[in-house]
Every structure is written in structure tokens, then in C-alpha cells.
Write a protein that binds this ligand. Sequence first.
Ligand code: SAM
Length: 227
Amino acid sequence: MGREINLLEALPKKIKRNVAARRREKARNRHAALAFGKAYFDGSREQGYGGYRYDGRWVPVAHRLIDHFGLKPGERVLDVGCAKGFLVKDLLGACPGLEVYGLDISLYALARAPQEAAGRLVAGTADRLPFADGSFDAVVSINTVHNLERARCLRALAEIERLAPGRGFVQVDAYRSAEERRLFEDWMLTALTHGSPEDWKEMFSSAGYSGDYYWTILEADPETLIT
Ligand SMILES: C[S@@+](CC[C@H](N)C(=O)[O-])C[C@H]1O[C@@H](n2cnc3c(N)ncnc32)[C@H](O)[C@@H]1O
């Protein structure tokens, strides 16, 4: 079985979040975000990222993933839910010769990828990956499979396993307490499947997913959250 491991620890931690502002028109904000278009990536913070721009934050994560999987030039890695392809660009930069690909459902995001990722990104859905069994040396999927409703989320996990048996890394939204769940529900816009780490481990097992995993957990930190 896979193991719990934080491969994203180099990402910025102290991100300010105005939970109260996002909660105010939650239904409208969720509806806008779920189109995974301009509003979600480059619109207001209430409806998504508030500007999804390249700033180099994925560079150390790319190195960490390459070390973790022992990836070498000529090997193949896929990022499922690659958005604008920033991690694809940084994996290519961190290991020249690595064959890196990305897949995302958002035509808006894919059309705004850096030129380094040109020809490496495909439009598609995580629960129907258009690649052959065992055709990757590693598949990563960060904060993406929770955007599918449960049956499709399980299929997406099975798809990752199919492409790279035991060589996946999946990060998903989770909560460990009633308080964290409340915060999560106030802040999140697009997750259709969610649960505690234990719930997720059961889903991994029923999907036959045997890769590694970690959680995105919104903690009740008065320094960064306006609630
Ligand atoms: C929270 S963003 C994460 C993007 C990127 N992995 C990151 O961590 O910055 C979620 C991504 O999942 C994509 N997405 C949503 N539903 C999807 C689906 N069914 N198949 C593939 N990608 C999907 C969205 O377009 C978006 O790029």
C-alpha cells in the first residue's frame, strides 16, 4: 500500500484567506468556480484563485517529486489536473529529458500554459485518462480528484493506478474535526467528494489505488483566516 507523505511542504504556508467574504454568496461563487474558467483561475478571490500566475513556487515541489519517485531523463510522468501547466514546466526544468505531460478539463487554463509546456498538455477528464496501462513511471494529481463526484472520483483513482501501478501521488482536501469540516465547507468551492483522512484511505482501497497520498487541510489559524 501507499503511504502518507507531504511532498508539497515547500509551498507557501501563510496564505491569507477571507473565509467570511467567500461564504457570503456561496452558491453563486460555487457555480462560477465549477466552470473551471476565467472566474475560477483569474477572477475574484471569492470565486477561486484570484489570479493563477506563475511565480516559481512549484520548482522545489518538482525537485521533491523527482527525488521521491527517482525519476530519470527518458522516463514519463503525468500531472492530472495540471491547470496552466506550471508543474509540468518546472518538472521539465528540474530534470531535462524527463517526458512530462499534463491533463486538465479546463480549456481556459490549458490555453494559458507557458510555452515550455507546449505540446505536452491534453484536455480530458481524470476519470478517463487517454493513455495505455502502465504507460507512466509516475502520475501525480494535486487537489483535483476531489472535484469529481464519488463514483467518478473512485474511477479517477483507479485510472491513476492503471497508468502507473503503485507509483501515484494524490493530494486531496480533507478535515480531521468538526471545526475543520466547517471551515472547509465555508472555504471550498469545487470539491464534490470529501472526508477525513480515514474516509479517503477507504476510498483509495476500494478504488484499488496503491500510490502515495497527502491531504490539503485548512487549519483554524487566526493569523491567516478571517472567519
Ligand atoms: C485546485 S485546482 C489544482 C490545479 C493544480 N494541480 C494545482 O495544484 O495548482 C483543480 C484543477 O482540477 C481541474 N479539474 C477539475 N475537474 C477535473 C476533471 N474532471 N478532470 C481533470 N481535471 C479537472 C481544474 O480545471 C483545475 O485545474
